[in-house]
Design a protein around this ligand. Structure first.
Ligand code: 2U9
Length: 340
């Protein structure tokens, strides 16, 4: 039995030395440790031994089996490593090459401006509110004192979706919804997308962004409106910035005014951007019309308030010196990446 064990072990070691692949090793395993392999054959010969020799012989064969098993595992690991190495060489992978840099994204310039403007109003106590882009005629027009046959409805030209549903032409319907739900004091700013069927050119887009504000409380006057917008203009465009009000008409405010800021390029001296006037029109504003308050279930005898609105694209174009609104919407990352 000793001699048989020695022969098997020598044959095994020789076979294993010649094994190059995992398949070769598997063949060695089957030949020696398989069900009909050389070790199984030894086990079957045990029964022919005298009873007294059986325990020792059995122990020796068992120990042989364990040694072969361990060596097979080691050889398998060695060949697996070699195979992986060969695969790596054949795919020409050079693990010393520098990695591919993942470029980080940047904020869209309009998002930067929206966040900056909202943050300035939040500092003054305003809350940021958003609402639906698909609206009804009631919230987009009627509640805002823009009746069906009124010519002013044309200046809010609208995309209709179906029946009374439309793409909002301003963010004002959101303020109406807040008036309906909440009691004064109300102090909100509303950023969002709005839609108007304008022909596209360097300064018009059928979709653009507005930020509108609304403040309602007892005893609110035009003086409050002037001071809030003056602080806003100085914070956004610089402390030397001044504002002026020009009378205007909006159906939802009375009195209404357009608001200019002193030109941020020439500081009021006159240049190409302000068309030599020294002023840039950036805001609309006014005292909320009593009928609009009433539509929102707010008592116009007790409460008053002001509202204002601005176009985000116009402000971003002035701030960054962009001369074509379409650049904001073309998804050209060479343009969009410049503003972070
Ligand atoms: C309610 C009451 C009043 C919203 C207002 C403006 C003035 C305004 C435009 C300027 C250029 C938007 O981007 S733009 O087209 N907006 O001038 N908007 S007051 O007044 C409201 C809104 C809601 C309940």
């Amino acid at each position: 039995m000793h001699a048989a064990i020695q022969t098997i072990e020598q044959d095994f070691e020789q076979a294993l030395r010649q094994a190059q692949t995992r398949a070769d090793i598997e063949a060695v395993r089957v030949g020696f440790l398989g069900r009909k392999g050389r070790v199984a054959e030894l086990f079957s010969q045990l029964s022919a031994l005298p009873d007294a020799d059986k325990p020792l012989a059995g122990k020796l064969v068992n120990e042989l089996k364990n040694r072969l098993h361990d060596q097979l595992a080691l050889a398998d690991a060695r060949v697996s490593d070699q195979e992986a190495g060969r695969r790596t060489e054949s795919s020409h992978l050079d693990i010393t090459l520098p990695g591919i840099r993942q470029r980080r994204g940047t904020c869209h310039p309009l998002s930067i401006v929206i966040e900056e403007i909202c943050a300035l109003f939040v500092e003054m106590g305003f809350k940021v509110v958003e609402g639906p882009e698909i609206e009804t005629e009631y919230y987009n027009f009627e509640a805002l004192n823009i009746p069906l046959e009124h010519p002013s409805r044309e200046s809010f030209d609208t995309f209709y979706v179906q029946g009374v549903h439309l793409l909002r032409s301003h963010t004002s319907p959101v303020q109406v919804r807040v008036l309906e739900k909440e009691k004064p004091p109300i102090q909100i700013v509303v950023p969002g997308r709005v839609y108007r069927p304008d022909a596209t050119d360097a300064s018009h887009s059928f979709m653009f962004h507005q930020i509108e504000g609304l403040l309602i409380d007892e005893g609110i006057s035009f003086a409050h409106l002037k001071s809030v917008l003056s602080v806003f203009a100085k914070k956004l465009f610089g402390s030397q910035t001044s504002i002026r009000f020009r009378p205007h008409f909006f159906p939802f405010t009375e009195p209404s005014a357009e608001v200019d800021v002193s030109c941020i390029i020439c500081r009021g001296k006159g240049c190409r951007v302000c068309k030599q006037s020294g002023w840039l029109e950036v805001l609309g504003s006014g005292m909320v019309h009593p009928q609009v308050l009433a539509a929102g279930n707010i008592d116009p005898e007790k409460y008053s308030g002001f509202a204002f609105g601005m176009g985000v694209e116009r402000i971003a174009m002035l701030k960054y010196g962009v001369d074509d609104i379409r650049l904001f919407f073309e998804n050209d990352t060479r343009f969009i990446r410049q503003f972070s």
